[in-house]
Design a protein around this ligand. Structure first.
Ligand SMILES: [Zn+2]
Length: 247
């Protein structure tokens, strides 16, 4: 069987082997075993590293075992800078956490691939790429934040003078000026931040990582993304912890 995908993580097994987690187009997340991948001159050595994108031929026994690989992209440029490298690891760790074995999720695979390409290009601030990736992946996971109407009264932006001015993670998204009054744990949200959230949720992947915002908007986006994840995902990502130590 041939599958196409990205290596999300690897683990050494025994003396010479590796356990590799792939995110594939055909079968979603897959765990495969690469026998002898750590032996000198093994054809699998280069392929069994995080970020590798390629075509993997596997045979199915008790487990999936790697038989051959055609590497299409190593993403080796990500290894040139520690921040970029660990951001890449974080993207892969999040994809691994959000996907299940045997259930194809092409949107998540494509978002990861485009996210890694964006990190490699290095034209967008890492902190902004991170916020965009997080908001998009959390939405693809099925926890999309509501940004087009008030989560309390349902009013659309601009409808009967309702303006979406706040965000509350517990309620799942934006609140209008009237509903946010007197509520605890609401975060103020500027109009540009609201528009940027709507853009991230609805933009096609080809344009997802191609915009810039002012520092103030970026700060609000990051704050909203962090808080929303804390409430709805509630998982500690190891590579993110490491990234935060680097700053
Ligand atoms: Zn409202």
């Amino acid at each position: 069987m041939k599958v196409h995908g990205i290596v999300l993580s690897t683990m050494n097994i025994g003396e010479y082997d590796k356990r590799v987690v792939l995110l594939t187009k055909e079968k979603g997340k897959m765990v495969i075993f690469a026998r002898g991948a750590r032996k000198m001159n093994s054809p699998f050595t280069a392929a069994c590293e995080t970020f590798v994108y390629g075509e993997f031929t596997v045979y199915e026994g008790k487990n999936y075992n790697l038989n051959a690989v055609v590497i299409e992209d190593l993403f080796s440029e990500l290894r040139g800078d520690l921040h970029t490298l660990y951001m890449g690891f974080y993207f892969c760790e999040m994809a691994e956490y959000f996907t299940v074995e045997g259930s194809a999720d092409v949107d998540m695979l494509n978002t990861l691939y485009v996210g890694l390409c964006t990190l490699r290009r290095g034209q967008m601030r890492l902190s902004l790429v991170q916020a965009v990736y997080e908001i998009k992946m959390v939405a693809l996971f099925g926890l999309m934040m509501e940004t087009f109407s008030c989560v309390a009264c349902g009013a659309l932006e601009g409808e009967e003078e309702h303006v979406l001015t706040h965000f509350q993670s517990e309620k799942g998204g934006a609140l209008c000026d009237k509903c946010s009054k007197g509520l605890a744990a609401v975060m103020p949200m500027g109009a540009s931040t609201l528009y940027t959230l709507q853009y991230i949720i609805s933009a096609p992947l080809t344009r997802l990582f191609s915009f810039d915002v002012k520092d103030e908007v970026e700060r609000e986006l990051i704050k909203i993304s962090r808080d929303y994840q804390r409430v709805h995902v509630n998982h500690t990502f190891k590579s993110l912890e490491f990234l935060e130590l680097l700053v």
